[in-house]
Design a protein around this ligand. Structure first.
Ligand SMILES: Cc1cc2nc3c(=O)[nH]c(=O)nc-3n(C[C@H](O)[C@H](O)[C@H](O)COP(=O)(O)O)c2cc1C
Length: 175
């Protein structure tokens, strides 16, 4: 089983990255192997439906996603959706990379009102690419963090539960 944590915020002070780090820590504690792809480390062109598909980093991103069985996406909420960097990654890599993956979401948002915002991309992955969406979301707001990291133990517990549920479902689906 190949489990990938995908960090899609390009903000150096990202809070969703802290959620990803907590997911990684929980998986490590339980001995679950995984890798991480941070989009800050793999600059991608904007999808233009043409030449961008030939960019070397597009190919690299596609290979990493294709090789994963399960993907835990840690992303910001921007304009009542996931951020454009994640959408761009999906546009660039498409069904060939994403088909049939087990996918979970850890989201960081500015307030509580955007709670359902992840559903547009979840529906797209589910209905277009036949991904199985883990029915455990984590949605955190600035109140769940302080200067040292995640300050809300409930959020930390939910991140761990989501990560381990993703690992278990991915394992079951890969058997
Ligand atoms: C362009 C932009 C749009 C945003 N739109 C929303 C929004 O629709 N709903 C919301 O709750 N927060 C919104 N926010 C706040 C971010 O979700 C919040 O800062 C979050 O921590 C970003 O994730 P990150 O820290 O991992 O980058 C927006 C922030 C930016 C910069």
């Amino acid at each position: 089983m190949n489990l990938l944590i995908l960090c899609t915020s390009l903000n150096p002070g990202s809070k969703s990255r802290l959620l990803a780090e907590a997911a990684s820590a929980a998986l490590t504690t339980e001995g679950v192997e995984h890798t991480t792809l941070d989009l800050r480390d793999l600059p991608l062109p904007l999808c233009d439906g043409g030449a961008a598909y030939g960019h070397p980093n597009t190919a690299k991103a596609g290979e990493i996603i294709k090789a994963a069985d399960g993907i835990i996406i840690a992303s910001p909420i921007y304009n009542f959706d996931v951020n454009a960097a994640l959408k761009n990654l999906i546009e660039l890599t498409g069904k060939g990379a994403w088909a049939n993956k087990t996918v979970a979401f850890l989201n960081s948002a500015g307030g509580h009102s955007s709670y359902m915002s992840v559903m547009a991309v979840a529906n797209s992955l589910m209905l277009d690419f036949r991904c199985v969406i883990v029915p455990r979301f984590v949605y955190a707001t600035p109140a769940d963090f302080d200067d040292t990291g995640i300050s809300n133990d409930g959020v930390r517990d939910r991140v761990a539960a989501c990560a381990l549920a993703t690992a278990e479902l991915t394992r079951q689906r890969s058997d």
